[in-house]
Design a protein around this ligand. Structure first.
Ligand SMILES: [Zn+2]
Length: 220
């Protein structure tokens, strides 16, 4: 995390003291942030990644501060790495990951930091197809499988989503609906759990990543 307060960075930028990636004229808005994510995802899905912001000079320019343009709360699943899925690099995304995008004090606090101290205009709650945590919660509701320890705690955190999702004889469609509903529920809960986020003007949106196409679809 950056230890340089945002106001100090902006003041330094105005004074022309910063160069490279730390020197940004104005923070991006919500629309611009989503557009950048969508453009990067289109490159990724099409196999035309440019892998930006990984170079030595860029890295060195980030040592005194960070200005991520979005915060992504995503599942810890190894196939859904936000920086790869959105084709962005160092300093671009403030990434928080937990299986099933489950909220707890640590995840909420991390997102709060991105919003209140780094000024990100957009938080994306990113669910994904065939999420193992969501499947585990479905098994839990159906009384199948044996979950022990902290894994069962995670599944129980998703249980309400599964119970609120209308049954569907098409199992794949039901899992997909649960995945969407989990992202939407977390999206709705986040402001409830954080006064800082409620007070801010940050936009919190839900989205789902498709493992087959590589595309991220924003949920309305
Ligand atoms: Zn997952």
């Amino acid at each position: 995390m950056s230890h340089l307060p945002r106001r100090s960075v902006l003041a330094a930028t105005t004074a022309g003291l910063l160069v490279g990636p730390a020197a940004r004229a104005a923070p991006p808005g919500v629309t611009d942030s989503w557009h950048r994510l969508a453009q990067g995802n289109a490159r990724f899905a099409g196999g035309h990644q440019v892998h930006p912001h990984e170079q030595l000079a860029w890295r060195e320019g980030l040592t005194n501060g960070q200005h991520p343009f979005a915060c992504v709360l995503g599942c810890a699943d190894s196939r859904v790495t936000p920086e790869l899925v959105f084709d962005h690099g160092l300093g671009d995304l403030f990434t928080v990951r937990a299986v099933g995008e489950v909220l707890d004090d640590a995840t909420v606090g991390s997102i709060e930091y991105a919003v209140a101290h780094l000024g990100v205009p957009l938080v994306v709650v990113l669910g994904h197809a065939n999420c193992g945590a969501v499947r585990a919660a479905i098994d839990l509701v159906r009384g199948r499988g044996e979950l022990t320890g902290a894994v069962s705690t995670v599944a129980r955190a998703i249980e309400a989503t599964v119970r609120a999702t209308p049954p569907d004889p098409d199992e794949a469609a039901f899992v997909a609906a649960c995945v969407r509903n989990q992202a939407l529920r977390v999206c709705a809960e986040l402001p409830d759990r954080s006064a800082e986020i409620r007070r801010s003007r940050v936009a919190v949106v839900a989205a789902v990543y498709d493992l087959h196409t590589g595309l991220v679809r924003r949920l309305e």
